[in-house]
Write a protein that binds this ligand. Structure first.
Ligand SMILES: *[C@@H]1O[C@H](CO)[C@@H](O)[C@H](O)[C@H]1NC(C)=O
Length: 300
């Protein structure tokens, strides 16, 4: 009895020790790059006058007015990993505005993973549109209404991207997946490194009620704020092998992250049942009965 208990105690200590070692390896590997300082990890792509960064670099905002919008992008490019960004959207009247938070390879046959927030008139809901480009092919829009007001507080928007799947999450709730079905002929983003971008612009030709509600410049400036991001991703150094490996640092490639967990599946179904308003995979009219191949393949 005593002996057994001692053995169990030793076992628990051993497991704890192993856990600590695994964590140490994770921290010491070169993949984790987030400093939390916008000035260190990102550069201003356009309109520096419309980008405000707090003095400690921990928060940043983009401004859209009659003159211009603005955007910033990561200094590094990445191949696989997880990116989290907290965003607070434009309060009040935001019709016609688009805030895009996305990964893009910027190649002619580009890969891209997009969050697009479509503003609305005062009191009406934002739409969160997501899209995936692989090898230059897109037309994969999905749209949801969020289950909270995204203009009131910061919320976390994240992209998990590995060899098996892409998962879009909002406050840790998976709203969309895009599985790697390359073996069935569906291109999957897995060769081109991507940079992280955020841009705020006038999209009033299409964004709100199909372009019916326009930007009202008398309500400008329109301001979107960003905070508390983490980039836990493989920095591109010219060789995909390092990022594709299952090394301890590349935790996102581990088996545990190859599909949704049972709890994630429940949330995923909840979002799609109660909050989804458009799914390209249901749009037979648009594709004239020829829905893209991935529409008939498993999502997790
Ligand atoms: C804006 O509000 C209208 C009316 O509630 C709604 O139909 C629309 O989906 C909302 N969002 C956008 C971006 O158009």
């Amino acid at each position: 009895m005593r002996g057994n208990m001692k053995l169990r105690g030793d076992k628990i200590r051993l497991i704890t020790l192993l856990g600590m070692i695994i964590n140490l390896v994770r921290i010491s590997s070169a993949s984790v790059v987030s400093s939390g300082d916008f000035n260190k990890d990102f550069f201003v792509m356009w309109s520096p006058s419309h980008v405000n960064t707090s003095s400690d670099g921990r928060t940043r905002s983009l401004i859209l007015d009659k003159d211009t919008g603005a955007g910033f992008a990561s200094n590094e490019m990445f191949l696989f990993g997880q990116i989290d960004m907290q965003i607070k959207l434009i309060p009040g009247y935001s019709a016609g505005t688009v805030l895009a938070f996305y990964l893009s390879s910027d190649q002619p046959n580009r890969d891209e993973i997009d969050f697009e927030f479509l503003g609305n008139v005062t009191g009406q809901p934002y739409i969160l549109q997501t899209n995936v480009y692989s090898d230059g092919f897109d037309n994969r829009e999905e749209r949801i209404y969020l289950w909270f007001d995204p203009t009131e507080d910061f919320h976390n928007y994240s992209i998990l991207w590995n060899l098996h799947q892409i998962v879009f999450s909002v406050d840790s709730i998976p709203i969309r997946t895009f599985r790697n079905h390359a073996d069935k002929g569906v291109a999957f983003p897995r060769w081109q490194p991507m940079s992280i971008k955020a841009t705020l612009w006038n999209g009033d030709s299409w964004a709100t009620r199909g372009g019916k509600d326009k930007v009202d410049w008398s309500k400008s400036p329109f301001i979107v704020s960003f905070a508390n991001y983490t980039i836990d991703s493989c920095i591109w150094r010219g060789n995909p092998r390092f990022c594709r490996s299952n090394s301890p640092g590349n935790w996102w490639n581990w088996e545990d992250f190859s599909s949704l967990t049972p709890i994630q599946k429940r949330w995923f179904k909840w979002v799609r049942r109660y909050h989804m308003i458009y799914d390209y995979c249901q749009d037979n009219e648009r594709f004239q009965g020829n829905l893209p191949k991935e529409c008939s393949l498993p999502k997790y």
